[in-house]
Write a protein that binds this ligand. Structure first.
Ligand SMILES: [Zn+2]
Length: 136
């Protein structure tokens, strides 16, 4: 039940975000990597990085609900990095997003091929995009 709900929320978020990662703005794939592989000329390993995942802005264990206001779509890499260190509280989503964008500016987030292949279209100006409203 919950799993299906998360699946629906993820799909809806991906559509709202036009298949771009909430944090790094990279294009993602949702169900089938094959068209993505072909389109961008990637290996399966490269494509895995950009699989669309459901990201809870406020983690479930911190009381974040399975709700539209709390679920965004993020690429697997950004999602995993946020929750990387076991036992360490991840950054809140706004701080994390700012950190990702700074790393993008520095060119130290995704490997160069992600930009070369057109998955990431990063410009510093994107940093000035307004932050999304905080979930209630
Ligand atoms: Zn990302």
């Amino acid at each position: 039940m919950v799993r299906l709900e998360v699946f629906r929320l993820r799909r809806a978020a991906a559509r709202r975000q036009k298949m771009r990662c909430h944090y790094c703005d990279a294009l993602m794939w949702l169900r089938d990597a094959a068209p993505f592989l072909v389109r961008f000329g990637l290996s399966a390993e490269q494509a895995a990085r950009f699989q669309c995942t459901a990201e809870h802005l406020v983690a479930r264990r911190d009381g974040g609900p399975n709700a539209k206001s709390n679920v965004v779509a993020a690429c697997r890499f950004c999602n995993v990095q946020r929750h990387d260190e076991e036992g360490v509280q991840p950054l809140d989503h706004l701080s994390y997003r700012a950190m990702v964008r700074q790393r993008m500016d520095e060119g130290s987030w995704h490997p160069p091929w992600a930009t070369e292949k057109g998955i990431v279209e990063w410009a510093s100006a994107a940093c000035k995009k307004p932050e999304p409203a905080r979930p209630e």
